[in-house]
Every structure is written in C-alpha cells, then in structure tokens.
Design a protein around this ligand. Structure first.
Ligand SMILES: Cc1ncc(COP(=O)(O)O)c(C=O)c1O
Length: 458
C-alpha cells in the first residue's frame, strides 16, 4: 500500500501542476496540449531526451522548442558556465562596458560570414527582429518592409506585423503600416513589390513555422541582386536555422548569400539562458545610423553579462564539436528513413523536406498533424506540427544525437504511423465528404473531440 502511494505521487503532483497551470496561466493551453497528448510534464532533461516522472517515460525531444536546444537538453558544460557566470557576476548594467559583452561579440562576428562584423544585443528572438527592422527603417529612411507569406518572426509590434499569416495578427489590427507580403520563393512577386521606398525584406532561409520550406540558392541570389540594385536591406531571420541546425553553422552559408542583417536568438542561449543578437554588415549606411543613435534599440534582458558568457560557451561548444556536421550526418540518416516511410505510406505522407536537422513531414490531410503528434507522443517522442501549417510535422531534434538515437527516431515514427492507421477506420471516410472533411480538419473541432476522448481515459 505504501509502495502504491509512492508510485502515485508523481501522477498526483502532475495533476496539481495541471490544475494550478489552468488557474494561473491558461486552461485553454491545457486543452490544446491535451488534445495532442502533448501535456508532458518535463522533469529530467538530457541530450535528446526528457523524462516525464508522472508516466515514468522517457521521450525523444523531436522539437527542441523550435530549435532552442541545438547543444542538447541540459548540456552540462553550458550549465557549468551558467553557474560560474552567476557566481562571478550578475546580469550587469545594460549599456555599460563589460568584458563579457565584448568577448561574446568578438567571438560571434568571428564565425559570421563576410562583413557581418557588428552586433546589437536583444532579449529574445522577437526583440532581435524589432531591432533589425528598426535598424533597416532608421538607416534607410524608407518606410516599406516586405515580408513573406507564411513567415513567422515573433509576437511583438514589428515582428508580429512581419508574420505572414492573419491568424497571428487579426485580433490586434491595425498593426504597423507599410508591410507588404509576397509568396516565399517567388522572385518575380518580390521584384514587382520592391521599389525605392522599400527599406528591407525579411525572410527565414528555411521557413520553420510556415512548414519547413527551403529557399533555393537562385532565389536568394535573386533577392540579393534586387536589393543591391534598389538599395534595399536584406534581412535573414536565422533564429531557427542558425547555430548548426541546417548542416552549416548558418543557413545562409548553403547559398553563399550574405544578408545585410542576420537575426539570432534561441540556441544562442544553449537552452539555459535567453539571449539574442542582431549582426549587421560593416557598411556605412548601417554603421552611421548606429553611431548616431547608439541607443536606438535597447533591452535589459539582451546581451547581459551572464547571457554573453553562456552564449560564448555555446559557440565554443558548437565549433569544437562541429555540431553542424553531426546535423548534416544524422539529419541525412533521418531524412533517408523518412523518405523510405513515405514510400511505404503514400496515403499518409505527401512530402519529406528540409535541410540537416530541420526536417518537415507533410501529411495528406490537415488533421494528420495533430493525430501524428498524439501517436508519436504515445510511442515516446515529442514532435510538433507547424503553427502555420498543421499538416506539417517539424523534426528539430538536438544536434548532439548519436546514430543509435537517429535510428530510434525512425523506429518511433514507424510505430506512430502504424498506430495512426487505426484511427483511419473512422477518419478517412469522414475526410471524403465535404462537410465532415471540414470538421475533421478544423483544429477547434479536433481539440474539443480529443479532450472529450481524454476525459474518458482514451
Ligand atoms: C524564425 C523565428 N523568428 C522569430 C521568432 C521569435 O523568437 P522569440 O520566441 O524568442 O521571440 C521565432 C520563434 O519561434 C522564430 O522561429
């Protein structure tokens, strides 16, 4: 009896956390998580895994908080540096001189391509996007910004305005004026939209939230040329693609196109301490603006002394372990395996795409994203479908995984696909009729139905 009580304790603990989360943070979020069996209670975190003590199960982290854990979950070397930094200093005063800021800035520009040699710090990804757009608008003296349909750049003023899907924005209109949107990959559409009043174009070299769409080299070179001709500032948001994820340290290295501004966050903090940076080219138009307005962008959470020490260690770790090479190799193994699964499951998988360890699996129907998240979770893996494209599963596993773990990923995906087919007895016929197809692909209906099933312990 005593033993049973002890076994129940973690479950009761999770129940209490769920209830308090609902009370103080959001019941809606709990419903969303439960619908996809994503209500994990992360406890121990190491490498490519985390544990949920309430179920006693170990899960592969197939999402990495959309690319925050490139150096692995709970990396001991990064944690050691964080602890040492916190003991030896504090965050430091924003804007004042510090060795930590200078050392990290030097190290960062040392591994950035071309003349990306100057840094503005930021407190988060969205904050870095704000800084980049303010720099471009301020320096050019122009108003218009061109962004991409399906793009995701964050949840604050300029960054929210740059998102390419109404779903993020419609509740908050009117946002920043002068934002234009063109289809990602369509150079002619960009050429038509761009003019002498365009300050900047911003894009992700691989759209993450939009459903893992890779920009071709020709497209990026075409953008570079039009930007050079019209004096437009080219901004790459490498918040998800940076720090080795795509098989190079920076995704822009695949094409060799150097942006005027590169935006960084997420894995810059090694998954343990937030930081962000805007790296920009050492060219007069940008440099003069920053020198004239040194406080044009400022955040007390960005470029802190602790953050800079952690980020320096992250860069050392990535470079010493050549993590981008592991991303290329392990990503290749996973991609091959997913392509094989696509051949075996043509009624489920439409396409496998991506680069390095930034892979996407597109399903035939929207409802399959949430269903697959659930099946993967039941089989031991956390993977998220795209917020902007629910029919696309994103695989963004920590870059530290071994070959054995890469094979485990494929075993789990295979088992999840098998499990998913059981649901098809009901769902595939429903997806054939227009009205029921709309219902089964509607996220709100899916969340409601799945929560109902969870209530009955299914
Ligand atoms: C490409 C991209 N840009 C910007 C952001 C915003 O970053 P943050 O959540 O740190 O504000 C994200 C976050 O998911 C992102 O993936």
């Amino acid at each position: 009896m005593k033993g049973l009580k002890k076994d129940l304790r973690p479950k009761q603990h999770k129940q209490r956390i769920l209830s308090e989360f609902g009370k103080h943070i959001s019941k809606g979020q709990i419903k969303f998580l439960k619908a996809g069996h994503l209500d994990f209670f992360e406890t121990k975190r190491r490498g490519a895994f985390f544990e949920d003590v309430s179920t006693g199960k170990r899960y592969l982290d197939g999402f990495s908080s959309a690319g925050c854990f490139n150096v692995g979950r709970g990396n001991p070397e990064i944690i050691k540096e964080l602890c040492a930094a916190a003991i030896q200093s504090d965050m430091g005063s924003a804007g004042l001189l510090s060795k930590q800021k200078v050392q990290f800035a030097q190290k960062l520009v040392g591994v950035c391509p071309g003349d990306l040699k100057r840094v503005v710090f930021a407190g988060s990804g969205a904050d870095a996007v704000e800084g980049a757009l303010k720099l471009a608008i301020g320096a050019s003296g122009r108003e218009k910004v061109i962004s991409m349909l399906k793009a995701y750049h964050g949840h604050s003023g300029f960054s929210l305005s740059a998102n390419g899907k109404d779903y993020y924005k419609e509740l908050f209109e009117p946002l920043m004026p002068s934002f234009d949107f063109v289809p990602f990959g369509d150079l002619e559409a960009f050429r038509k939209a761009a003019d002498k009043n365009t300050a900047a174009v911003i894009l992700e070299p691989i759209q993450g939230e939009g459903g893992i769409h890779v920009a071709s080299d020709e497209y990026l070179w075409g953008l570079r040329k039009i930007c050079d001709d019209l004096g437009i500032i080219l901004i790459f948001d490498e918040i998800q693609t940076g720090f080795g994820r795509t098989g190079k340290l920076w995704a822009c290295e695949h094409s060799g196109v150097i942006p005027d501004i590169m935006v960084l966050a997420k894995s810059i903090g090694g998954g343990v301490y937030p930081n962000g940076a805007v790296v920009y080219r050492d060219i007069p138009v940008l440099q003069n603006f920053v020198e004239k307005h040194p406080r044009f962008h400022f955040s007390f959470g960005g470029g802190t002394d602790i953050g800079c020490r952690v980020s320096s260690k992250v860069l050392d770790y990535i470079v010493e372990n050549r993590l981008w090479e592991n991303a290329e190799k392990m990503g290749g193994i996973i991609r091959e395996g997913l392509l094989k699964l696509q051949k075996e499951n043509p009624a489920i998988i439409l396409e496998v795409r991506g680069r390095g360890m930034m892979l996407g699996l597109e399903y035939k129907h929207d409802f399959m994203g949430m269903l697959m998240a659930e099946c993967l979770s039941r089989k031991g893996m956390f993977a998220a479908y795209s917020g902007n494209a629910p029919q696309v599963m994103r695989f963004q596993i920590p870059l530290t995984i071994t070959e054995g773990e890469a094979k485990e990923v494929l075993d789990v995906v295979q088992a999840a696909l098998k499990l998913m087919k059981l649901y098809f007895i009901l769902l595939i016929p429903l997806s054939r009729l227009p009205l029921s197809r709309r219902l089964v692909n509607d996220p709100k209906v899916l969340i409601f139905a799945n929560n109902l099933l969870r209530r009955f312990g299914l």
